[in-house]
Design a protein around this ligand. Structure first.
Ligand code: ZN
Length: 409
């Protein structure tokens, strides 16, 4: 057996620093959105480094970037993550999965021709930050982008995603060419974006399930009245109803215990004046649970309680469901490979639930998929404060390389 592959912390540190320059803002934080200049520059630079490493570099019709070590078989083991960021994001979300894949393939290249082909990918879009295009790159690979999205998805400057593709050098009419049928496996390394690994002092998580998501908008209709002349007992204050409903759903979900979570992160209060009783309120509900039956039970319970509270207060209530995403289990045999790779390299791991959405949940609908998590210091993510130590990043990349060696060589 060959000498085991070890990726050094200094290599990961250099890579993170290097990619983090693309789209970095003067006040800190990165803006690297699909098809924008920083995104294009990052991909060009990455292409150079991938070529230098001896990988066969190719981009597809939607802008996913691939680097391949051709094997005896055309069947392919793919690894990577997304290269786009949220607005003022950090250096690690998505990027660390791309850079770990690069480090792993660089280390595997000298081993010669693998049995199956091994490929890394920088997926073009995951974050939904410029267009509401969630998982655009992964959906391109699976052939799950619909033609109408090219004109329906518009950024806040009025540019359609089709136009943005065209300007970045990807003719939108070739969209369908991105679809692949040669993938045997997809492995994504990602930062946890939460604080479980950090708090428990564990270096690695192997994801069992990516959580399910249920999103709806609540509308409460009361009556606007004069804030000075309307006695408290005669008001139909939509905001007071909303506040009680929000507190009640928070209580119900907290009582269900971890990993159930609910968030009311967006509010719209009308007419929004100091001296008027609020007559109309909209707010968002983002409910997540990795067990579909529990997710649905919690959803119907909080909806029912909302209706009761509104009725008691004489307030009209309606719901608009905007998303209902099933939890996604990771492939069990791939998970075992990741666990075996971690054990072979002496890296302790724990099973985890992902509370965040990832490309892997979409990829898993068409390709056997599994995920590795590395710690996020203080659980910080989607901010410039995002940090994973070079030691943890290197441990993760080493396990990834070991897993790819087992899967492809
Ligand atoms: Zn991400």
């Amino acid at each position: 057996m060959e000498k085991p592959i070890t990726i050094e912390p200094a290599e990961m540190d250099d890579l993170v620093e290097w990619l983090g320059q693309f789209g970095e803002q003067t006040g800190g934080g990165i803006i690297r959105h699909v098809y924008d200049d920083a995104w294009s520059a990052a991909r060009r630079a990455l292409m150079g480094v991938m070529s230098e490493a001896g990988l066969e570099v190719r981009e597809d019709a939607v802008g996913n970037l691939f680097g391949r070590i051709a094997g005896e078989s055309q069947r392919t083991v793919l690894t990577g993550s997304h290269i786009d960021t949220v607005v003022l994001g950090g250096r690690y979300d998505g990027a660390l999965g791309v850079l770990s894949a690069l480090a792993a393939l660089r280390a595997l290249k000298p081993l010669g021709k693998p049995r199956r082909s091994v490929e890394m990918v920088a997926l073009c879009e995951e974050e939904d930050s410029r267009f509401h295009a969630n998982f655009w790159g992964t959906r391109g690979i699976l052939g799950k982008i619909s033609e109408s999205e090219l004109t329906d998805l518009v950024d806040d400057r009025g540019v359609t995603i089709g136009e943005a593709m065209h300007r970045a050098g990807f003719p939108p009419e070739k969209l369908r060419d991105a679809k692949r049928d040669d993938l045997d496996a997809f492995v994504e390394l990602h930062i946890e974006q939460g604080r479980i690994l950090f708090d428990e002092h564990r270096p690695l998580g192997v994801v069992d399930t990516i959580t399910g998501l249920y999103r709806f908008r609540v509308t409460l209709e009361g009556r606007t009245d004069h804030a000075g002349t309307t006695p408290m007992d005669l008001r139909r204050d939509a905001l007071q109803a909303a506040a009680e409903i929000s507190a009640e759903m928070t209580r119900i979900v907290a009582e269900a215990g971890r990993p159930a979570v609910v968030t009311n992160g967006w509010w719209d209060v009308q007419p929004g004046a100091w001296n008027i009783v609020p007559g109309l309120v909209h707010f968002s509900v983002d409910l997540r649970h990795p067990v579909e039956a529990t997710k649905q039970r919690l959803a119907s319970e909080i909806r029912r309680r909302g209706e009761e509270i509104a009725a008691r207060r004489g307030i009209g209530i309606s719901y608009e469901v905007v998303g209902d995403i099933l939890p996604m289990d990771m492939d069990s045999s791939l998970k075992r490979e990741l666990q075996a790779a971690a054990e072979a390299r002496g890296v302790t791991w724990i099973p985890m639930i992902s509370g965040a959405g990832h490309d892997s949940q979409v990829m898993a609908t068409g390709v056997p998929t599994a995920m590795l998590f590395v710690p996020s210091v203080d659980g910080r993510s989607h901010s410039a404060a995002e940090y994973t130590s070079p030691e943890d990043a290197a441990r993760g990349a080493t396990v990834l390389a070991e897993a790819l060696r087992r899967l492809a060589y």
